[in-house]
Design a protein around this ligand. Sequence first.
Ligand code: SF4
Length: 376
Amino acid sequence: MKKNRKAIALLSGGLDSRLAVKMMLDQGIEVEAVNFVTVFCTCTAKSSCKSEARKAAEDYGISLKVLNATDEILEAIRNPRHGFGRGLNPCLDCRISMFRRAGKYMEETGAGFLITGEVWGERPMSQRPDALRTIEKESGLDGLIVRPLSAHLFEPTIPEREGWIDREKMMAIEGRSRKPQMQLAAEIGVNDYPCPAGGCLLCDRNFAARLKSLLAEDPHPAIAEIQSLKLGRLLYSSAGRRIMIPRDEEESKRLSALARPGDLFMEAKGHMGPTAVIKNVGSSETSGADAGGSAATSKAGASGSAATSKAGASGADIDESTLLEAAALTARYGQGREEKSVTVAWWPAGGDSAEHSTLMASPADGWKLAESLRRE
Ligand code: SF4
């Protein structure tokens, strides 16, 4: 096999991947890095995996390619061949698709193998020894994934057998303790690494439940829909519609920005409070002005008719009970929560909020609904 001392590193910027890169650079290997991001990353914008990876790439003077793997991970969730972890995390399928993509990049760039910071047995689902073998085989990269931190626990890879890299200079780290990595970091001069704080929302059971419900409603949701699941309180009306109530002003702004055609906004008039969003209830092409529908003049509460109707002139295909329940909740979470009744305005996303419809809502009913409706 032709000698090839160029490698692609899967770089998150955390300690393990930094160590793997440094060990290869110390062996004189030419390294380029790829970093995968998805809509499910929990890192904040200020300290994201992407910027940790970028920092690490800069520290080591290597180039970095950032790849978005959201489509692949969603496909893996829809069709998990290897099941889920504790949430909706299809880690094996996810890793297989990421490795496939990294393998493609390896070919495009003329590199000879991949390197990762994976550690034998460190993560329960994707770093079990049998899982690591499965990932290798199913990604079509058999013998081409070098794991410098645990290399001695695996059969020698092609780059080791061919003498492109020195197996003796790699390690046999296993398990979940990070002490060996920290010791190695001190020995080889890897100093500035982040705490292992980042993660993936798919492992969070609460978020997983929200996502599962959304995918049941729409197997191919827009990214904005997924983003909105990270925010606010999510309640389901008696008719199963999603009602999102932001917890503060920041969430109000973000949820409103993520609203899509077909969503409805709701706000209490004359009282500070949240801008609630009723998701996916119709077209935004028509205005919510001059709603003459029955809901627009009803007293809100749990007692409204559940008959499906075109609510007002908004074009929203919303059942009346959802409209009434959402209004009561909007009143309950606003500063008019102690009032007997509150006027609530509603209008379609993309419509003009100045030309809205109104209805009267009872905050007391909202308190009861907050306890009785399904929430995720
Ligand atoms: S934790 Fe999330 S990003 Fe990581 S392998 Fe599992 S599903 Fe993929």
